[in-house]
Structure formats: C-alpha cells, structure tokens
Design a protein around this ligand. Structure first.
Ligand SMILES: Nc1ncnc2c1ncn2[C@@H]1O[C@H](COP(=O)(O)OP(=O)(O)OP(=O)(O)O)[C@@H](O)[C@H]1O
Ligand SMILES: [Mg+2]
Length: 385
C-alpha cells in the first residue's frame, strides 16, 4: 500500500509574527490545522490560524499548557522557555527543531563554542559575564579596540549588538553575559538556508547576498543569485549541510556568513527557523522556505531548491518619523510593475524601522530585478496617518 498523509494534525506554532503567518499560508494549502501562541492578540498570524492562544513564550506554564493542546510543535522565534519544551518532549510531544538544539542556539556563546568544536570557520571570540569585566579586560590589554559585543541571549535584528570603536564607546557597553569578537573587515554578508527532514535528507537553498542599511543595521536588500565566487558558494553550502547534520536538527537552519576582505568565509550565527533572508524563496524558488520547513517536520520528502527566477527582496520598514496606525504609500505604482510581489504582514501600527512587510521582485535577469527594486523603494513608504 502507498504511504498515507493525514492532514488533520494539530500543528502548534510558538509566536505569530510574519514568519508564523507565512508558515500557516502553506499549512492551509495542505489542510493542516494550525494553532498559534503569542503574547499579542493582534499578531500577524493570529487572524489566519485555526486557533489562537494568548500567552508568553518566556513563561513555563504558558508554553507547557499550549504544548499539551497540539500534536506537533514548532516555532518561529528563538526566545522560548526551553525547560517547558523539554518537559513536553519528555512526555511524548514531538517538537521540531529539537529543544536541545534551540537551547544551544539561544545562547550566542554556546553557538560559538559549537562552531569551534566542530571546526566551523567563525570569527575569534571570548566570553564575558559583565560589561565591567570587558572594561577590565580592555584596560589590561586582553581585548583590543575596535570590537563587537553581542549579548549571549535575547538579541534580534541587531538589538543586543554593540560596535565598540573607541574608549569613549566603552560607556555604551551592553549589560549582561556577552560574546566579544574582533571587528571583521566584512566584504559581503551572505546566508544559506538548509533543511533536514525526519528521514535525515538534507538540502540547501542557493546562497543569498544581504545588503545592509547602515543606519538601521537591518537587511536593506537581498539578492539571489549572489555575486560570490562559485567556490565560496559551494563552501557555504557544505558548511550549512555540516551544521544541520552535526547539531542534528529537524526543520530549517538559517546560516549567516561573513566573507571577509581576504575572501575567508566565517559563520556569523545560525537560526533554527524560517529566516528573513529566505523570503524571496516564496516566488523565486521551486519550493519556499516555509513549505520546506513543513515538509521537513511532517516527514515528507524535501522540495526542490531549484531557482525559477532571479530575485531581489526588500524589507518594508516603518519610515523614520512616523509612529501609529499604519498607512502604505505608493502601492498601486509598485503593483503596476511586472514581477512585484508585495507581502504586508498586517501589523496595525508602525514605528521607525519596524518590519511591516517585504517585497520580492522577480525578473528574467537580476539586473532587471534590481532596477525594478529601486522603483519600488522610491514609491513604497510605510507611514502613519
Ligand atoms: N564581528 C563582527 N564584525 C563586524 N561586523 C559584525 C560582527 N558581528 C556582527 N556584525 C554586524 O552586525 C550585524 C548583526 O549581528 P548579528 O547577526 O550577530 O546580530 P542579530 O541581532 O542576531 O541580528 P539579526 O537578527 O539581524 O540577524 C551583522 O549582520 C553584521 O553586519
Ligand atoms: Mg544576524
């Protein structure tokens, strides 16, 4: 008899941001019921999930109680109470990616040690328990300026990262246990999203290249195919596969890399979930990152990561100077351009640099997609009334 697929599984998703919303859009296509827990009842995924639970992902009781209501649990954010996940797992709940992997990834210090143990190329680092300890180490010549400080836990979208250029900047050190890295002379930042399914099959999406907005420290534009040399792209793919196999993890693993001025590939950090750097896959690849995650955790074969068309992805960020109920300017102008795919996350209020949506521009050539992306950036603004 052929294998059967039972869609009437209750899939739990912790957190209901845009990543959860896009995951649900695929689950819905396959008639999989989705249940979301988030601490905001206005969150993007809440309105389209089969069921919604209000609760804090940092809270043991809330996570545990939510887990008891679903058949399979996954997540779209790292900052979750892992003790609750481990207890749920010990009582028989299937959780992908595995809670032990999440526990490691939640802590940038443990991540760096993991890279070191597994001989994954990464920037040098040292660990400190407080800002005072870092100041003392600088005074004693054990840490030299400039350097980058990263809080071991709780950072996202560049919050939790401090670039310390001079002695004066030492006053800006973040409080809490942190990782210190030398400033890498970055030539390019790229990412690879790898997937591993229950059966152990692994594949990766093509390399994407991120271009950063220096002011917001957020990805401004993401291009695929990237401009990196093919040897480096192959190496990045191999490292991503090695990581996903050695954790080992079921689901998606996003791997962020730096390429330094000496053409050295360094892993910056990893995330066990769909990632901002994979949004373009929805329109530009045979399989989207969200579908790939679902295939992986449902025990289905992984989908093809073949590229259909070159793409440029731009994040739609709240314009500086506007806070309050959101208003989108320039939508019809953008929608008139061929290959423009707009995604509005449904966040009701905007604030400066808040991620409110994204646009993926596909075209037969990357040059054309880049040209059209500039037009979209010119027209499309997230403001407030
Ligand atoms: N050692 C380093 N040298 C130079 N720049 C760095 C270094 N570490 C981080 N950065 C810069 O800071 C950015 C944010 O760092 P990182 O990815 O570790 O933080 P994050 O808060 O997890 O960010 P995000 O959620 O956007 O991925 C990097 O993408 C890079 O541009
Ligand atoms: Mg990062």
């Amino acid at each position: 008899m052929n294998q059967t697929f039972q869609p009437n599984i209750k899939l739990g998703i912790i957190a209901g941001g845009q990543l959860g919303k896009m995951l649900i859009q695929v689950a819905s296509k396959w008639d999989v019921d989705t249940f979301v827990m988030d601490n905001d009842d206005q969150c993007p995924a809440g309105a389209i999930a089969t069921g919604f639970t209000l609760g804090s992902m940092a809270d043991f009781d809330a996570v545990y109680a939510f887990g008891k209501t679903v058949d399979l649990l996954t997540y779209e954010i790292e900052h979750i109470n892992v003790a609750a996940l481990k207890k749920l797992k010990s009582e028989g709940l299937t959780i992908f990616p595995e809670p032990e992997v999440l526990e490691l990834i939640q802590d940038k210090g443990l991540q760096k040690q993991f890279f070191q143990t597994h001989k994954i190329p990464t920037a040098d680092f040292s660990l400190f328990t407080s800002a005072d300890d870092i100041r003392t180490a600088v005074e004693n010549g054990l840490v030299s300026l400039p350097f980058v400080q990263k809080l071991r836990k709780g950072g996202y979208d560049g919050r939790g990262v401090a670039v310390i250029q001079s002695e004066a900047d030492l006053a800006e050190l973040l409080q809490g246990p942190s990782v210190i890295e030398p400033m890498v002379a970055i030539d390019k930042e790229i990412a690879v999203i790898a997937a591993r399914n229950i059966q152990g099959e692994v594949n990766c999406f093509p390399v994407v290249e991120m271009v950063f907005d220096a002011k917001a420290n957020l990805v401004d534009k993401l291009i695929c195919p990237s401009s990196v040399a093919s040897e480096l792209a192959v190496q990045a793919d191999q490292i991503a596969q090695q990581l996903v196999r050695s954790l080992p993890l079921t689901g998606l693993l996003a791997v962020e890399f730096f390429i330094d001025k000496n053409n050295q590939l360094l892993v910056n950090e990893i995330a066990p979930r769909p990632h901002n750097s994979g949004h373009h896959t929805i329109e530009s690849m045979m399989t989207s990152q969200f579908e790939q995650h679902l295939r992986a955790v449902l025990g289905l074969p992984l989908g093809s990561t073949r590229m259909l068309m070159p793409s440029v992805m731009i994040n739609l960020l709240g314009e500086p100077g506007y806070s309050g109920p959101v208003l989108y300017e320039g939508v019809p102008e953008c929608m008139a351009i061929e290959g423009v795919n707009m995604h509005l996350y449904g966040k009701k209020t905007t604030r400066p640099y808040r991620k409110m949506g994204h646009v993926t521009i596909i075209a037969p050539t990357l040059a054309e997609a880049l040209q059209n992306a500039e037009k979209v950036k010119h027209y499309l603004k997230v403001k407030s009334c």
